[in-house]
Design a protein. Structure first.
Lengths: 371, 98
């Protein structure tokens, strides 16, 4: 029977949760790198025991860890994240120009084809590539040097490149999202970039349908429909069916369309999950009820999923990288909260149970199905 | 040999439990000691000093002989007691509370 490994990054270390394919009984292993912020922990799609972790902290900076045995042993690999060429400037919070300055890696995205190839999204926004298992990193400079770059401005969480999607069909196509610059697409492996924000409207910026400046929180793609992307924006849930050429809002009957993560069912490309959060100033669920919302119609019509989730006095948040789906049948859904709970559903979201309740605040959740 | 005390996180990173000892070629200075430390334990690169500017990270402190050497020039000779191995060169994370 298949096994499942859930990779959890938290504010105080990494945890690895394992179960068999039934997903009833779980083993919790960790903390790895106790005391460090693990913004992201993820595995190679082609070699599942190859894991990468982004380890950082305010005292000692950024490190990258790699495991070749599913997380039992780790090796510190490269952490030389430099801005190549002219560093340039972007807008600071007060509207003045400010040089790009590296702070941390938010997201790691291993290649779909090669375990030694991995992309990294940084703050201040930049995209890095390693082709030797994380030992050496080089910046794909065309993104940061896009003509709109000098007008990019950080959101409250920093100017972070937090989402990287390596297209399921086209090896040269990459999508990224940056807070608060927006979404971008490359069709040539990162050599050039196109802002793909047409149709987004953001009340937080003076020109509400500007080419850039939108606070995109997360993108999701189903591999069988690579031209369809779903987006949780600061406010608004959106979709595109032409690879970002045009976006339309699908918030429909959600109780609020503010939120962070968004995920697509592994076997149903029109089934989408979000976790509505009260507002930009109240980062907790409406009415203190933790509800995942599922749309089986590709948006517009949403149903609350509550069985097994706390329905009173719940004031946690679910961060952008903290939701994932497995590829078993029925599809498993997983998410972690800022309160340290990791919940899972082994039936597509109908029922939920905590795997673990008292971890440090969860920053990221990924899941692997093991042979 | 220069004795170096690392903070807990960096000891874990280097897979060491106690003090580490490093040999420096020239007159022992902060820079020479940290260069030798990073050569012996490459996973420390970037954790104590910025990889590009070489500057001490803001929340890292250097102490020795009951003195705060954090803001001394990295090329100043270290105290004689450190050079002779009688006292360690201490790297630590700045206090943070709340």
């Amino acid at each position: 029977m298949s096994g499942v490994r859930v990779l959890v990054g938290t504010r105080k270390g990494a945890f690895i949760l394992t179960s068999d394919g039934k997903r009833d009984d779980w083993t919790v292993d960790g903390p790895h790198f106790g005391g460090w912020e693990i913004y992201h922990l993820t595995g190679s799609p082609v070699e599942p025991d190859r894991l990468y972790a982004s380890q950082s902290g305010g005292w000692f900076g950024q490190l990258i860890q790699r495991s070749d045995d599913g997380g039992r042993n780790w090796t510190t690999v490269g952490n030389d994240f430099a801005y190549s060429g002219e560093v340039g400037q972007h807008l600071w919070y007060d509207g003045t120009p400010r040089p790009w300055e590296f702070k941390r890696i938010w997201h790691l995205e291993p290649s779909r084809h090669d375990p030694d190839t991995v992309y990294a999204g940084g703050e201040d926004a930049a995209l890095y590539l390693s082709t030797d298992g994380g030992q050496k990193w080089s910046e794909l400079t065309a993104l940061r040097q896009h003509p709109t770059g000098p007008s990019w401005q950080p959101g409250a969480g920093g100017m972070c490149l937090h989402t990287i999607i390596l297209d399921a069909a086209d090896r040269d196509r990459i999508y990224v999202a940056i807070s608060a610059a927006g979404a971008f697409r490359s069709d040539d492996g990162g050599a050039s970039w196109l802002p793909i924000n047409k149709g987004l409207r953001s009340g937080e910026i003076p020109d509400t349908d500007s080419e850039v400046g939108h606070c995109v929180h997360r993108l999701a793609q189903h591999p069988s429909r690579p031209d369809t992307l779903f987006m949780q924006k600061h406010w608004d849930v959106m979709r595109t069916d032409d690879a970002g050429g045009n976006w339309r809002e699908i918030s429909g009957d959600l109780p609020t369309d503010f939120g962070f993560p968004i995920a697509v069912h592994a076997h149903e490309p029109e089934t989408v999950y979000v976790v509505p959060i009260t507002s930009d100033s109240l980062h907790y669920p409406p009415e203190g009820k933790l509800r995942v919302y599922r749309s089986r119609t590709g948006g517009e019509h949403w149903e609350p999923l509550t069985e097994g989730l706390p329905q009173s006095h719940c004031y946690v948040n679910v961060l952008r990288d903290a939701m994932a789906v497995d590829t078993l049948d029925p599809c498993g859904i997983y998410f972690g909260t800022t309160g340290g709970q990791v919940y899972h559903s082994a039936d597509g979201g109908d029922t939920w149970a905590p795997i673990v309740r008292d971890l440090p605040g969860v920053l990221s959740v990924e899941v692997q199905v093991l042979p | 040999m220069i004795r170096v005390v690392l903070p807990a996180h960096l000891k874990n990173l280097a897979h060491v439990t106690g003090e580490v000892r490093v040999e420096v070629a020239g007159p022992p200075t902060q820079r020479e000691v940290l260069d030798a430390l990073e050569a012996a334990y490459p996973m420390q690169l970037g954790t104590i000093r910025d990889r590009h500017s070489g500057k001490r990270r803001p929340f890292v402190r250097f102490y020795a002989c009951e003195l705060d050497l954090s803001n001394e020039s990295p090329d100043e000779p270290l105290p004689e007691e450190v050079v002779k191995g009688k006292e360690p060169f201490i790297v630590l994370g700045a206090m943070a509370g709340g």
